[in-house]
Design a protein around this ligand. Structure first.
Ligand code: TYD
Ligand code: MG
Length: 455
């Protein structure tokens, strides 16, 4: 008899190996690999679901005969925005986030809104008893909402219920608590999470039901993270926020039905999440006086302009190796900008500790922030503040030249709306004149340093 093969699975990315190792080759995470029983061959939980069974249909026929029903807006504007303008029927959505960040709160509120909009919504909690969910609903002022609640973890029971109830939207909180009885490993393991997600997504697609799966981000251990199911769903949203800050970002990292990188902004209050429709004002609210090291970046998140503040601190280092600490931006991009400042402008940062922070817990990934970061670093190093009414944007190349970035007009409009009157931007930036802003156009970093810091 053949020896049963051992399986080792990474709980972060789902990569399978035959040998244990401390670090996953797939995603590079440490301590995420654990042994798992191989999938049993007992077959799917349910009888085969209906469908096209391999019959091909011409695209043209599909679109004319069965035009898709319109999206449903929840009325929770920030949530709809991240979905790409409302909920698409029969879509599968994953909402990931750290435990305790507010996923259950968000989805209960969204469920109530969708129920108000006329959808039949079922909220299934595998973590809390129905009574606890009801208590939360009361706290959120949603006790009258027409949402069906269930506390269940057995996938077979859930699918049977859903088949009978024929809802429009199902929320599964969380996918890590679900277990399929045809898979031998423990709930929360990679095979269980995958099997449960697969069954639920298949159900969604064949029955025209939208499914939202909640997934906790796990740092290590046996619990599979949401990344394991990312590829199975249409839309992947991450709910993020800093502990200690009350606002939360819902970020689309993948969306088959709308723009990726779209963000929705919420504030966690005593009675639930409230929408923040003007995030720029929120991210800048802590700023009153112009301070050295503080620079406002006119950024774009998804389709919306957002102003964020970069804060830098540069101080002589007591350590043999100077520190580089970044929060809210990419560490290697910071290293690149430090190198460009040193090589092209002759401004060294050796022997200096550098701290860079994006205010308010925001995360910025746009290269257009390069110039704002360089400005913050210089401003901190020279102890000279930029004018208070000034925004900055532009991408830096390794040669030290500045590249124009997209959506200049939108960036400037947002800055003007929030009371800014001047902008430092790459030389080729169009739409500058029309904006009514005082434009200071730069073609390279050397020119920028000379003009702004007089160096
Ligand atoms: P929760 O939605 O349970 O998080 P998750 O499902 O992501 O684990 O949110 C838990 C946190 O939110 C908890 O620390 C308390 C806080 N909270 C409020 O501040 N206000 C509220 O109205 C609610 C319901 C929760
Ligand atoms: Mg929860």
């Amino acid at each position: 008899m053949a020896k049963a093969q051992k399986n080792f699975v990474c709980s972060n990315c789902g990569a399978v190996t035959t040998k244990w190792s401390g670090r996953c080759d797939g995603c590079g995470e440490w301590n995420t690999i654990a042994e798992e029983k191989p999938l049993s061959s007992a077959g799917p939980t349910k009888k085969t679901l209906g469908g096209m069974r391999g019959k091909e249909i011409p695209l043209s026929k599909l679109s004319t005969k069965e035009s898709p029903p319109p999206r449903t807006s929840s009325g929770l504007g920030e949530f709809d925005r991240v979905l790409g303008g409302g909920l698409v029927p029969a879509s599968a959505i994953l909402v990931g986030g750290d435990p305790g960040i507010g996923k259950s709160t968000l989805l209960l509120q969204a469920a109530a809104k969708f129920a108000d909009a006329g959808l039949k919504v079922i909220y299934i909690s595998g973590e809390e008893a129905s009574a606890q969910v009801r208590m939360r609903a009361q706290r959120l002022g949603l006790s009258e909402a027409a949402v069906q609640l269930g506390a269940e973890t057995n996938l077979r029971d859930i699918l049977t219920t859903l088949e009978k109830q024929e809802p429009d939207l199902v929320i599964i909180d969380s996918i890590q608590t679900m277990w399929a009885d045809n898979v031998e490993s423990a709930p929360g393991s990679v095979s269980q999470v995958r099997a449960a997600a697969h069954e639920l997504v298949t159900f969604a697609k064949t029955r025209g039901v939208s499914v939202v799966l909640v997934g906790h981000v796990t740092k290590e251990g046996q619990l599979a993270g949401p990344r394991v199911v990312e590829h199975m769903v249409d839309t992947v949203l991450y709910f993020e926020g800093e502990r200690g800050h009350q606002f939360r970002l819902l970020r689309a990292v993948k969306n088959r039905f709308g723009p990726a990188h779209e963000i929705g902004v919420f504030e966690m209050t005593g009675d639930g999440l409230s929408e923040v429709t003007n995030p720029s004002a929120l991210f800048l609210s802590e700023r009153d006086q112009p301070a050295p090291g503080s620079v406002v970046f006119a950024g774009i998140e998804g389709t919306r302009p957002v102003l964020v503040e970069f804060q830098a601190l540069v101080a002589p280092s007591p350590h043999a190796q100077a520190r580089r600490t970044v929060v809210g931006w990419d560490g290697s991009r910071l290293a690149m900008i430090l190198a460009v400042l040193e090589a092209r402008c002759g401004i060294p940062f050796a022997g200096l500790d550098v701290y860079l922070n994006v205010a308010g817990g925001m995360k910025v990934s746009e290269p257009a922030a390069d110039l704002a970061v360089a400005a913050a670093l210089l401003s901190a190093r020279e102890d000279a503040a930029l004018p208070k009414d000034c925004v900055v944007f532009g991408e830096l190349s390794l040669s030290g030249s500045l590249r124009p970035v997209g959506q200049t007009e939108n960036r400037l409009k947002e800055a003007k709306k929030l009371g800014f009157s001047s902008a430092i931007a790459p030389a080729q930036s169009k739409a500058g004149e029309k904006s009514g802003m005082d434009m200071r156009l730069m073609s390279d970093l050397v020119g920028f340093v000379g003009e702004v810091f007089g160096a």
